[in-house]
Design a binder for this molecule. Structure first.
Ligand code: ADP
Ligand code: MG
Length: 241
């Protein structure tokens, strides 16, 4: 896994204790190389979101290690980890997580500003990311003045703004219509083609078809991994339904 942007090494995450213990992930190993987009599929409760929050340093494994650019998140200080997240990792949350008191542009500019960029530069970068997701004209709207799909695009802009090396997306197309969903997949794909690594949770085979690899989870275990060719077969099967 040398050179991997993200590596999970036998990661286990247990929630609760005793009778209420839940193994959300069991010894999952996974790597994402520069240029690679990995799709994660699996039924509800199989551990997809847990995998992503661990990869993003938002949660810590019970056992095993999460390495970003070869560095173990567990041995980093809190500040260092926060800095890595702001500068390096873009995260699209399932429920968007926009800050209600900030406009679209301010939400997208925030990671840059927290990372010490000048407000003007952070805003310029934010506007260009909003343009990439097709909503530059909504830059000064607040989240509650936007539709769910528009908020989702703001969340995606925030995750790809600047030069993120690792983009993690939890069902990034959930609230989007088919065409917009495709546009967003194309954007993620192009960020990866430019050298980022991406991990995306999705329910739709037609979206997973944009990935280089699909990892299937069931009950916290990786049950299957496919390469590009099987991805295309998956797409064909999806079209037959
Ligand atoms: P998915 O995203 O695939 O639907 P999750 O990663 O959200 O699955 O959850 C995996 C399992 O871990 C589920 O059984 C879920 O109920 C459990 N789980 C997730 N987060 C917590 C938590 N904070 N406390 C207790 N159980 C949790
Ligand atoms: Mg989930």
């Amino acid at each position: 896994m040398d050179g991997a942007v993200l590596a999970l090494d036998a990661v286990t995450r247990v929630h609760g204790q005793g009778a209420t213990e839940v193994h959300a992930l069991r010894e999952v190993s996974l790597a994402a190389m520069p240029g690679e987009l990995v799709a994660v599929m699996g039924p509800s409760g199989s551990g997809k979101s847990t995998l992503l929050t661990l990869a993003g340093g938002l949660d810590t494994p019970t056992a095993g290690a999460v390495l970003v650019e070869g560095e173990n998140l567990a041995t980093m200080g809190i500040k260092e980890r926060a800095r890595l997240r702001r500068a390096f990792i873009g995260y699209v949350f399932q429920d968007f997580n926009l800050i209600p008191a900030l406009t679209a542009a301010e939400n997208v500019a925030l990671p840059g500003e927290l990372d010490g960029r000048r407000p003007r530069a952070a805003r310029t970068a934010a506007l260009s990311a909003l343009e990439e997701v097709g909503i530059a004209d909504l830059a000064d709207r607040f989240p509650d003045q936007m539709s769910g799909g528009q908020q989702q695009r703001v969340a995606i802009a925030r995750a790809v703004v600047g030069e993120r090396r690792l983009i993690l997306a939890d069902e990034p197309t959930g609230a989007l219509d088919t065409q917009t969903g495709e546009d967003i997949l194309r954007l993620l794909r192009s960020r990866c083609d430019q050298g980022a690594a991406g991990v995306m949770v999705t329910h739709e085979a037609r979206h997973a078809a944009w990935a280089d690899r699909v990892v299937f989870l069931r009950d916290g275990v990786v049950v299957d991994q496919t390469g590009p060719e099987p991805v295309e077969r998956l797409l064909a099967a999806d079209g037959q339904r």
